[in-house]
Design a protein around this ligand. Structure first.
Ligand code: ZN
Length: 80
């Protein structure tokens, strides 16, 4: 908060500064939350895949369906 101006005439600046500062903090918090959720998703997916009695289906790997196929479990999305 060291950039907040002390003069009363700078109130609009100070208000805007707080909006920017608050928004940045919100982004930082969400980024941190996203990172933790992605980590949790990896762990939980691995757990799910270890419990699955896989049913593999042949699936196209890209949108163009140009010779890129893989066997992917239809229940847990595990790649063969
Ligand atoms: Zn599976």
């Amino acid at each position: 908060m060291s950039y907040i101006h002390s003069n009363d005439s700078d109130a609009p600046f100070n208000k805007q500064f707080l909006i920017v500062d608050f928004t940045q903090k919100e982004i930082d918090n969400l980024s941190d939350r996203l990172r933790k959720l992605k980590s949790k998703l990896r762990i939980e997916t691995k757990k799910l895949q270890s419990m699955c009695d896989h049913t593999y289906v042949r699936e196209c790997l890209d949108d163009s369906c140009y010779r890129e196929y893989a066997y992917i479990c239809s229940k847990c999305k595990h790649f063969k």
